[in-house]
Design a protein around this ligand. Structure first.
Ligand code: APR
Ligand code: ZN
Ligand code: ZN
Length: 375
């Protein structure tokens, strides 16, 4: 058994900005108290992984192991871990749930104090790292780090999932799928028979389309400047798809005409301030709800006419569907196993771990929805 020993394995290291990841041999220390060492089986590539690679995070600590959309099997656990055991299938959490902070105690909130996004400390709770490479300390990413054969996470950043779960699909529930799907089923809580508009039909937007359909929306209008995205969107439940470049009027006016005055719910899944404003405007006055999911540049600003709000629209936003991941992710995995939804349309590519930079290339070229790496 490898329990209690340092494990030597492969990981993709981000040594700094503006360079490809490098697959290197690393050392992974055993889990300390309340920590879990996981053998990663599958990991997908998410947009958020590109931010440190492109130097977009001012306070980011390099070198590090990126990846936060993964699934694996517990190799060993540290002292004090009682609810998760070696051999369990798990998903590392990029949104941990410490259970004791004010956010965790709030019934409807999910940005726990332990979330590393925005802080980018990249270390375990005791201020140390379990990763080294060539004698150097390697940071983690979003309390998870999945671009590695083995990772160590805090127990509060680990969700045990059903043993029947296929890990090459379950990994998507760790971030992208849940972000879109949860925004529809949880943040907006879409009601049956309603009209929804989804701006941006990438992995997040398509997952929002799935969520709208599962919740019984009567009409789902997809908006994208790339018509190639319409085929999948329609397959997943979009009833209409519009390319704003084909419209003579602003897209929110086109939607208002199509929907007797506006949508019940709109979702911005792009991260662009112009489409955010459009998504707010396309929601019906008096009751429309707009959910912002796309992540805009850190200095971006949306300027709105307050009358849009005074007349009764609601604007919301959430990371990871507003869900408390430790409990919500295992339930989503069960829903998946019961065929409540499929994620096949989201996985466009599968490749071996060594080809990770090819996966990023596909992402940058807009050719992939999700690439799943077999680690
Ligand atoms: N109008 C309409 N569609 C647009 C526009 C625009 N101005 N700009 C881009 N798009 C479309 C793209 O053509 C693409 O299909 O938005 C889609 C975005 O999809 P992806 O790039 O695949 O991104 P995705 O992974 O879905 O994430 C979307 O959500 O969580 C956040 O950080 C993430 O901000 C990102 C957003
Ligand atoms: Zn992500
Ligand atoms: Zn917390």
């Amino acid at each position: 058994s490898t329990a209690g020993k340092v494990i030597k394995c492969r990981a993709a290291i981000c040594w700094g900005a503006h360079q490809p990841l490098k697959v290197e041999e690393i050392e992974v220390a055993p889990p300390k108290a309340n920590e879990i060492r996981i053998k990663i089986i599958s990991t997908a590539i998410c947009h958020t992984d590109t931010l440190p690679m492109e130097g977009m995070l001012a306070t980011y600590n390099y070198p590090s192991i990126l990846g936060h959309e993964g699934a694996g099997i517990v190799e060993s656990v540290g002292p004090g871990v009682t609810l998760i055991h070696p051999g369990d299938k798990v998903i590392p959490l990029c949104f941990p749930v410490c259970g004791v902070c004010r956010v965790c105690k709030h019934p409807d909130a999910n940005t726990c104090d332990r979330v590393d996004g925005g802080k980018y400390i990249g270390l375990m709770e005791d201020g140390t790292s379990r990763f080294t490479c060539k004698g150097k300390l390697i940071h983690n990413f979003l309390t998870s780090s999945t671009f590695t054969e083995f990772t160590v996470v805090a127990e509060n950043a680990c969700a045990k999932i059903d043993s029947a779960a296929p890990l090459n699909r379950a990994c998507l529930i760790g971030c992208g799928f849940t972000t879109g799907y949860g925004s529809a089923t949880h943040t907006a809580n879409v009601k049956p028979g309603t009209t929804c508009v989804v701006y941006g039909l990438g992995g997040v937007g398509l997952s929002a389309v799935i969520g709208c359909r599962v919740n019984g929306a009567a009409r789902i209008i997809g908006v994208d400047i790339n018509k190639e995205k319409f085929v999948k969107a329609k397959k997943l439940g979009a009833t209409d798809c519009i390319d704003p470049n084909d419209c003579k009027k602003p897209i929110h006016e086109v939607i208002a005409e199509m929907t007797d005055g506006g949508a019940d719910y709109s979702f911005e899944c792009i991260g662009n301030v112009d489409t955010m404003l459009s998504a707010i405007k396309c929601s019906h006055y008096a009751f429309g709800v707009c959910v912002i999911i796309g992540v805009a540049a850190s200095d971006a600003k949306v300027s709105i006419d307050p009358m849009l709000l005074l007349t009764g629209r609601t604007v919301k936003g959430a990371f990871i569907g507003g869900l408390k991941c430790k409990t919500a992710i295992p339930l989503l995995v069960l829903d998946y196993l019961k065929n409540k939804f499929s994620m096949e349309e989201l996985v466009t590519h599968t490749m071996p771990f060594e080809k990770i930079n090819d996966g990023f290339k596909l992402l940058h070229e807009g050719k992939s929805i999700r690439t799943v790496l077999d680690v």
